[in-house]
Design a protein around this ligand. Sequence first.
Ligand code: C5P
Length: 399
Amino acid sequence: MNLSHKKILLGLTGGIAAYKVADLCRQLIKAGAEVRVVMTNGAKAFITPLTMQALSGNPVHDDLLDPNAEAAMGHIELAKWADLIVVAPASADFIARATAGMADDLLATLCVATSKPIALVPAMNQQMWANKATQANIQTVAKRGFHIWGPASGEQACGDVGLGRMIEPVEIAEKIDEFFNHKPLKNQHWVITAGPTVEKIDPVRFLTNRSSGKMGYSIAQAAANLGAKVTLVSGPVNLDTPNGVKRIMVRSASEMLKVVESATEKADVFVACAAVSDYRAKEASEQKMKKQGDDGLVLELEQNPDILKWVASHRNCYAVGFAAETQNVSDYAQAKMKRKAIQMICANDVSRSDIGFASDQNELKVFYQNNGELEMVSLGPELKSLLAFELVELINKVK
Ligand code: C5P
């Protein structure tokens, strides 16, 4: 289990299972996480803040209205600090307050004030768990995107037997690990092209386009985060190499094709996100071209190789293309999918200034084959970094 640099806000509410959370805290720290603990008044009746402070290595937060505590790390700061909020044990009362969006103590307020994921680990008497109000609350927060971990069934502190026991600390730790280290693309090799190509005319002039590379780089980062081995073949751009990605820089379409040919030999997925120049100078001049009198200049161009088409016909991987169009986006995209014999195409409308080229946002219409049928899903508009995750998960699902 590796949780290094992960910031976990551990919220304790009133329940006998609170004592078990001391062990969870120890396991999270051992796995490298940074842990801050928030306790309700109910929790403090079962376990002391001093224990949780000693185990987490940080002062425990327990008061919404304490000016000193607010000056040190206020509730809004805490809500932003966390990568994940885990409430364990989550009592029936706390679940009800979180469902209602109450902000009557520090922990409930944090749940209202955060945009980060929240996991509830219920722990209560079986009758309280089975109660219709509790069940309705759980369904409501689950629909809102809360993770609900447990409860388990078994003997309870009060002597009852049934559903309501908190799952064990080791299982909670496993859920947290899975949350952060979900690697569905493990053992897959993804090759992604990104950015523009640059086609030489003479030593100081070239043909290129406005591609920023952001979409391709975001896809590379998302695939790497989800566990894939990623080779990013990139034209000249102003972006850092995404974490955990092997980047190979190229300039022209011919160079890009050469690198892609060898990189895709054992690839599972090829995503052609690069804006490859359609044409290049038929003969690039070795010397700087001189102005020839007052007449215009005719530059003879020839077509570049189609990298995506080459991969689709020579390699056994799932090939995904992009179609940047300014009109009839859907029709052109589908025609392109047929012409290049690829399994998926992501169409975007580059005539819009708010999305697409050079923007941080994008909106895609994704067409793909599913059991012989053509299907379409719309993704976005949203940040390219978020869109990339959705696209990578879609590719992995339908490939
Ligand atoms: O043919 P068109 O340029 O519109 O197709 C766009 C798609 O094909 C993109 O996925 C792009 O990366 C890819 N492509 C390519 N090699 C080319 C031209 C386009 O891989 N020479």
